[in-house]
Design a protein around this ligand. Structure first.
Ligand SMILES: NC(=O)c1ccc[n+]([C@@H]2O[C@H](COP(=O)([O-])OP(=O)(O)OC[C@H]3O[C@@H](n4cnc5c(N)ncnc54)[C@H](O)[C@@H]3O)[C@@H](O)[C@H]2O)c1
Length: 259
């Protein structure tokens, strides 16, 4: 059997990097996509080209710098994966940003745009670019469209309204895609992480005037932050053929935060 092929966005660090690494270890070929540059609208650093190169320092991984807000760039990325490895089996939207820290109507518009455009539109862009490729695989298919939503998809978190709106949008998108994809063999699912130890959580702590990200641990019944590898493990299961009974699901991976 030829190896399965994945495209992962937000792959330079955090959950996207952990997912890329685990897929590669399991023999997948992975196109690791990241902006790999700071966003002038946002006050914290994005993943870097050096971090993306480190993730791609594996024979099964190729790095590609692209912005998920750029639909044509994602279409080109999908074409790159298909040309290089003969098709696409999983597209995983992990790229995301956070902003807020004040009521919605006081958040600078460029920050609101960054959140909505990356966290929701970026996922829609990947679905548009990648699902046709997943469907180009001959039947019987086991294509997987996956997105990283958030506990914020179901909770009204103050000072993070645009982020909550985008993540609820991702959950709705995945449910509708699951229905649309029907009996095609291609499925759409999402995970909703709780507080996971990555730079976006450090920025969330800053937005809430907390001393450090570890302060979020007490909100989760497990009383600790999650490791990105724990979220990646669920994404990699969902990417595999073994998740064939699931579509339109939004799976909490949150140490019990949603309980
Ligand atoms: N860490 C948490 O506690 C947590 C909780 C719930 C959901 N999430 C979600 O998990 C996903 C991954 O976040 P993370 O925790 O790994 O954060 P992170 O900040 O470590 O990683 C996000 C990555 O996305 C990249 N990125 C940002 N904008 C991009 C764009 N426009 N195009 C391409 N790449 C872009 C960044 O460069 C970075 O490498 C995000 O969607 C986030 O909203 C995280």
């Amino acid at each position: 059997m030829s190896p399965r092929v994945a495209l992962v966005t937000g792959a330079a660090r955090g959950i996207g990097a952990a997912t890329t690494r685990l897929l590669a270890e399991q023999g997948w070929r992975v196109l690791a996509v990241d902006l790999a540059a700071d966003d002038p609208a946002l006050p914290y650093a994005m993943g870097t080209a050096a971090e993306l190169s480190t993730v791609a320092d594996h024979p099964n991984v190729i790095a590609l710098i692209a912005d998920v807000r750029d639909r044509r760039a994602l279409t080109a990325a999908v074409a790159e994966a298909e040309d290089r490895w003969g098709g696409l089996d999983a597209a995983i939207a992990a790229a995301g940003v956070i902003a807020g820290g004040r009521p919605l109507w006081e958040v600078p518009e460029d920050q609101e745009d960054a959140v909505l455009d990356t966290d929701l539109r970026g996922v829609v862009n990947l679905a548009r670019a990648a699902i046709p490729a997943l469907l180009r695989r001959p039947a019987p298919r086991s294509g997987r469209f996956l997105a990283v939503a958030s506990a914020a998809a179901t909770r009204g978190l103050p000072m993070l309204a645009a982020y909550c709106a985008a993540k609820a949008g991702v959950a709705g998108l995945v449910r509708a895609l699951g229905a649309e994809l029907g009996d095609s063999g291609v499925t759409a699912n999402a995970v909703s992480p709780g507080s996971t130890d990555t730079p976006i959580l450090a920025e969330s702590a800053r937005l809430y005037d907390l001393p450090e990200a570890a302060a979020f641990a007490s909100q989760q019944p497990m009383a600790r932050l999650l490791d990105p590898a724990e979220v990646a493990a669920v994404l990699v299961f969902l990417a595999g053929a073994e998740s064939s009974g699931m579509t339109g699901s939004v799976v909490p991976v949150d140490g019990g935060l949603a309980l």
